[in-house]
Design a binder for this molecule. Structure first.
Ligand code: AMP
Length: 188
């Protein structure tokens, strides 16, 4: 089973992805986590991505598509994966469709976590406190740019997947447990 989790920054994608990994034995593929590791290891990609990420902008499509293309060929992805933070543009979604098609694979579920922008600022501030400011992009100013980028570049994925009858919506404002229950109903 291959899943995409969609939603703005702070919607709870990472939290739900981790839970789904444990329950369904899938691999979590978070391009944000992979890029942060690349920055920490000062790889070529990391050096390219660092400033872009700190500003809250998007890393170029070909970079993230390349990362995902390599990663899904690894054996641990054979049982399925959950994409968290990818795709973030229609071009990425098209590239993902092509590369899965070439491998005889497909996306089974696209789940949108619906949340209010206003609530996100509070959640991100909470995450920044809990993680001791570990993420340079978890602050109110950068969040505003990340939200603007989400609405401009990522929200068009909603009609894109809806047109393929693939989109399922979950109320991301509900408690973490209720969101989990709603997701499980889709996945059974
Ligand atoms: P995230 O952890 O998903 O919030 O991602 C953190 C940052 O990494 C984003 O604000 C972008 O700068 C970059 N990033 C992560 N995933 C992507 C993607 N699919 N396309 C472009 N940039 C990405």
């Amino acid at each position: 089973m291959n899943i995409i989790l969609l939603g703005p920054p702070g919607a709870g994608k990472g939290t739900q992805a981790k839970r789904i990994v444990e329950k369904y034995g899938l691999v979590q593929l978070s391009t944000g986590d992979m890029l942060r590791a690349a920055v920490a290891n000062q790889t070529e990609i990391g050096l390219r991505a660092k400033d872009i990420m700190e500003r809250g902008d998007l890393v170029p499509d070909e970079v993230v598509v390349g990362i995902i293309a390599e990663r899904i060929d690894e054996p641990d992805c054979g049982n399925g994966f959950i994409l968290d933070g990818f795709p973030r543009t229609v071009a990425q979604a098209e590239a993902l469709g092509d590369l899965l098609h070439k491998r005889g694979r497909k996306i089974d579920h696209v789940i949108q976590l619906e949340v209010d922008d206003e609530a996100l600022v509070g959640r991100i501030e909470q995450r920044a406190k809990e993680t001791g400011g570990e993420r340079k992009d978890d602050n109110a100013d950068t969040l505003r740019s990340r939200l603007a980028v989400y609405h401009e570049s990522t929200a068009p994925l909603l009609p894109f997947y809806a047109a393929k009858n693939a989109l399922k919506k979950v109320d991301g404002m509900a408690s973490m447990d209720d969101v989990a229950v709603a997701i499980d109903k889709i996945l059974v």
